[in-house]
Design a binder for this molecule. Structure first.
Ligand code: KIV
Length: 273
C-alpha cells in the first residue's frame, strides 16, 4: 500500500474540526510504537504529549523535554498507528520566542514524524504565532487553562477559573487562539462552567482534561488511565485498570519461575533437528 493511501484513511485535522458539537472526540497520549498500535482503533487523536518527560523519563516537569525526544516518540507513534490523527506537542522553549522559530521547529516535527499537526501552550500571547503557523500550513492545537510549561509563573498545578479574573483570562485565551486559526484547543484543569462557556463560544474543537464532559472531546494521559503511572494522581484522572498491579504480579511469577527453573520450559527451547 502506498504512503498516500495510508494517509488518506487517517482521521484528518479537518475531520476533527468538522466534529465540533458532535459525538465527543476521544484522545489519548501515546509515546511508543506498541502503545500507539493498541490505542489506534479506539481513538480519534493520539497526542504525543510532552508529558512523555514525566511519564517515561521520570522528569520532575516538562521543561527538559527536547525536540529530539518529541520527534523520536512522534515517529514511533505515527508508525504504530493507521487511523488516528497524530498531534505532537512542541516542547518548552521551542516556539515561545518568535513565530519564525515556532515555524522552523514545528515544520521539523511534522517533516520528521509525519504527524498531522502540533500543539502549543498559551493564549493571547501565542495568537500571533498560531496565525503565522496556520497560514503557512501547520495545523495548530492550542492549550489553555492550566499550562504545565508555565508552572513556574503560576506557582504549581492548580485548577483554574475560580476568580472573575481567571475566568476572563481563560475566555480571552481560548477565543484568541481559536480566532487565530487553531483547529482545536485543550482545556486543562478548570471549573466546569468555564469550559462549557468556552466550548459554546469558540469555533475550535475543545478537548478537555479536568474540564468536565461539557467539552467537544476528552484526553487523558494513557499511563494514568491504565494505572501504570501513579506518582501523582490528579482529581480528574479515572483509572480504568490497575496495570501496575498486573505487571507486578506477572513479573513476580516470571522471577519465581526463572529461579525454580520452570521457565524456560521445553516449549520455549530449541531442540536439535
Ligand atoms: O503533555 C500532555 O500529555 C498534554 C495532555 C495532558 C493534554 O498536554
Amino acid at each position: 500500500m502506498s504512503k498516500v493511501s495510508e494517509r488518506i484513511k487517517r482521521t484528518s485535522v479537518p475531520d476533527i474540526f468538522k466534529n465540533k458539537g458532535g459525538v465527543p472526540l476521544v484522545c489519548l497520549t501515546a509515546y511508543t510504537y506498541p502503545m500507539a498500535k493498541i490505542l489506534d482503533k479506539h481513538v480519534d487523536i493520539l497526542l504525543v504529549g510532552d508529558s512523555v518527560g514525566v511519564v517515561l523519563y521520570g522528569m520532575e516537569n516538562t521543561h527538559n523535554v527536547t525536540l529530539e525526544m518529541i520527534m523520536g516518540h512522534g515517529k514511533a507513534v505515527v508508525k504504530g498507528s493507521e487511523q488516528a490523527c497524530v498531534i505532537c506537542d512542541m516542547p518548552f522553549a521551542s516556539y515561545q520566542e518568535s513565530p519564525e522559530l515556532a515555524f522552523r521547529n514545528a515544520a521539523k516535527v511534522i517533516a520528521e514524524t509525519g504527524c498531522a499537526g502540533i500543539k502549543i501552550e498559551g493564549g493571547v500571547e501565542m495568537a500571533e504565532t498560531v496565525e503565522f503557523l496556520v497560514k503557512r500550513g501547520i495545523p495548530v492545537m492550542g492549550h489553555v487553562g492550566l499550562k504545565p510549561q508555565s508552572i513556574n509563573t503560576v506557582g504549581g498545578y492548580k485548577s483554574q477559573g475560580h476568580s472573575e479574573d481567571e475566568v476572563l483570562a481563560i475566555q480571552r485565551d481560548a477565543q484568541s487562539i481559536s480566532e487565530a486559526g487553531a483547529f482545536s484547543v485543550v482545556l486543562e484543569c478548570m471549573v466546569e462552567e468555564v469550559a462549557a462557556e468556552v466550548t459554546k463560544n469558540i469555533t475550535a474543537v475543545t478537548i478537555g482534561i479536568g474540564a468536565s464532559a461539557r467539552c467537544d472531546g476528552q484526553v487523558l494521559v494513557t499511563e494514568d488511565m491504565l494505572g501504570i503511572f501513579t506518582d501523582f494522581q490528579p482529581k480528574f484522572v479515572k483509572q480504568y485498570i490497575d496495570l501496575q498491579k498486573q505487571i507486578d504480579e506477572a513479573t513476580q511469577l516470571y522471577a519465581s519461575e526463572v529461579k525454580d527453573r520452570i521457565f524456560p520450559s521445553r516449549k520455549h527451547v530449541y531442540q536439535k533437528k
